[in-house]
Design a protein around this ligand. Structure first.
Ligand SMILES: [Zn+2]
Length: 155
């Protein structure tokens, strides 16, 4: 149930960000998932869809997953290489004094919300909600911190 924990964590973060920005509806969330993380994207989306229904802010919100290439750093020669292709052994010098630089994290890349301006006109403005759906969709980019990303993968 690793994925479910991640979904709860992401949902909490997104809801907090939405509230802080006066947003009542999140349309989509883009996640970056490291190539060598143990997270199963399809299962994550299933969990997300199930969980989103329970939240007013997230109901109908789409989860988009982007894969981030894993890169390993070699301490002996200082080179970086693709983890998936070469594993723990450096292809440049044959050393195994290597460590994963990126590729094991889950982070929020982007949160797409309905037009935040509609908010100022009253929370129950139904037509504003409908209008916001197409062209007026505002994109909020969220920089997920390294610590937050690690916290997610820690369990
Ligand atoms: Zn090396």
């Amino acid at each position: 149930m690793h994925e479910l924990g991640i979904v709860f964590h992401i949902a909490d973060s997104v809801e907090n960000i939405a509230r802080e920005n006066g947003v009542s509806k999140v349309l989509s969330v883009t996640l970056e998932i490291g190539e060598v993380s143990t997270v199963i994207g399809d299962y994550l989306i299933d969990c997300w869809n199930w969980n989103a229904k329970k939240s007013e802010i997230l109901n109908g919100c789409e989860l988009i997953i982007e894969t981030v290439k894993a890169v390993t750093h070699c301490d002996d020669c200082g080179q970086q290489y693709e983890t998936v292709a070469h594993g723990k052994i450096c292809p440049y010098c044959g050393s195994d004094h290597t460590w994963l630089l990126v590729g094991n994290e889950v982070s929020i890349k982007e949160i797409c919300v309905e037009d935040a301006e509609a908010e100022g006109r009253g929370e129950d403005t139904k037509d504003a909600e409908a209008k916001g759906r197409d062209e007026d969709t505002e994109e909020v980019t969220v920089e997920a911190t390294r610590e937050a990303a690690e916290e997610i993968t820690a369990d």
